[in-house]
Design a protein. Sequence first.
Length: 383
Amino acid sequence: MVPYGTVDEPEVEPWRLPPRLGLRRLDRINPSSYQSLKLCRLKGVWIGTHARQLLPSSPQAHLGRIIHKVLEMAGSGQIDAEADFDGAWQACLEEEERKISTSWNERHFTLLSKAIDDYEVRREQCRLLTNEIIAKGPRIASQEGKGAVRERFIQTSDGAVGGYPDLITFAQGGAMISDFKTGRIFDPDAEPLLKTLDEGYAMQLKLYACAVVSTYGVMPISLRIEGLDGSKHKVTFDVSECDAILGEARRTLGEINSIIESPNLSHGEKLSALASPSPHSCKFCRYRPCCPPYLSQRAKDPEAGWPVDASGEVAEKKVLGNGKLIIRLKAKDSPNAVAVRGLDPCRHPALDPLPKRAYLFDLDKETSTQCLRQNMFTTIFVD
Ligand code: SF4
């Protein structure tokens, strides 16, 4: 479906597909992305080595960054009065929106207050949490291992696992580790009434627990997920369980790096050995446009419920009365053309001038797989 060359390209025309994404050694496992890495090692490597992400992040992810930043400012004493919240929020919002506005495939999210339905609710939730943190006083440790530390890098003794937990509070008897989540907290696949904590979050905290032991020499006595709505959720754990998760993470890191550094495998063989393509793991993956294992697996099993992506020769492009575009794509192995409607020309520079081939990611189905429509994440690449 997509041709591959040999090197990563600079973003001169970022809607041109890079020939391929490189593979670099993974220095450590970050607890916050360990769940992604367990789902697909290739995705975990690309996230962990900061490979260029080709599909846009969601507006909610951008809002989450603003919320984390404001809470971090409150925790470090940069906001020390309730009245400072509005100014801090505005400064963080402007900074995030400035980044979005310079991104070729995210700039239509620029006004986050319009792109996110519950923007105001989440802002007010953040205000309440900020006030709570201010009321408790700044949480800066005067000395490592005493008081509390926020967003400080910790790692295991061998450096295999390391990251930045949101908050570590030291108390008599041990340390308490908390992580804030601005999105959902419960496992979406579990029985809703049981409100089962997302297993990935629990694993993240257990890995942080191992890193706290190595960094500060104290045992964690409490692990907690905190929601933006003020809810607090205890993660049950024991030392042997944390050690087992750490052992698995270390083994995984070793296996990944031995594949990446193998002199006997081609680049394509390394990608295949690391990838676990499935509708579930690939759905929100921002590397799909440049992931050969994904593209070949969906070609082998087209009915498996993959994300709605399409590609082919562009047989026709029409501008409709409402200013939107419709294009017709002819796939190599299908007699029927696919129509894609509702395309906003300002969002898709790849369609001007008319390309020979186009690769479209994240579409909505209309009446059938032959009739598709743009949604807020639709991104179009050309060769
Ligand atoms: S597209 Fe799928 S197979 Fe490829 S890296 Fe992402 S999750 Fe893994």
